[in-house]
Design a protein around this ligand. Structure first.
Ligand code: SAM
Length: 204
């Protein structure tokens, strides 16, 4: 998966590639889908949600420009796979999910795999998580109609917020960098994520 789907498509950050080599993706997909765990695609994980395509997880992680040692906020825990990739690189990961069942499932897997630097929150992630602000990086793994203002407010100066922004079922990967208190916006590739549902996202 790492060589054929990530390196061959231009993922270069060695920290990101090393994290992908370590995290067993098959642990994060339902048992009856494990045959496809290392295929190039998203897979269903219950509650109508998905574990994202490995390449998309890699692109988004690379766009965060992590050095190691960061405190990162993830909105959209889902299976917990992206949180594991982040936890391999960063000091601390705070991950928010709106479905209790998904958050519990992800926590079970990540506890069993021995991760002790991930905090799980069940709430509306469009409001961020003010208790641990500011964040050295923020990633949203669901499609947003626009950049949620609380996430912009909770981002540290000089840090990156990576998120899909656009229509309900078709978005553009977007990088917002905080410079002198304002967001500098850059557009990356097109993508298709499940909707971010919440106060600063889509209606349920
Ligand atoms: N990062 C996940 C992984 O590695 O498996 C994949 C995330 S899935 C594509 C998007 C997730 O965002 C879903 O689990 C969905 O329930 C969650 N979500 C949607 N709106 C949310 C919100 N307002 N707050 C928190 N989570 C939300």
């Amino acid at each position: 998966m790492v060589e054929s789907q990530l390196v061959s498509r231009g993922i270069k950050d060695e920290k990101v590639l090393e994290a992908f080599r370590k995290v067993p993706r098959h642990e994060f997909v339902p048992e009856n889908m494990r045959y496809a765990a290392y295929d190039d695609g998203a897979l269903p994980i219950g509650s109508g949600q998905t574990i994202s395509q490995p390449y998309m997880v890699a692109v988004m992680t690379e766009l965060l420009k992590l050095k190691g040692g960061e405190k990162v906020l993830e909105v959209g825990t889902g299976s917990g796979y992206q949180a594991a990739i982040l936890a391999e690189i960063c000091r601390k990961v705070i991950t928010i999910e709106r479905f209790q069942a998904l958050s519990d499932g992800a926590k079970n897997i990540l506890d069993r795999l021995g991760y002790d630097n991930i905090e799980f929150i069940v709430s509306d992630g469009t409001e961020g998580y003010a208790e641990e602000t500011p964040y050295d990086a923020i990633i949203v793994t669901a499609g947003c109609p626009d950049i949620p203002q609380p996430l912009a407010d909770q981002l540290a100066e000089g840090s990156h917020l990576v998120l899909p922004v656009g229509e309900r079922y078709l978005q553009t990967l977007t990088v917002a960098t905080k410079e002198k208190g304002k967001l500098k916006i850059e557009k990356s590739i097109g993508c298709v994520f499940v909707p971010l549902v919440g106060k600063y996202g889509w209606p349920g």
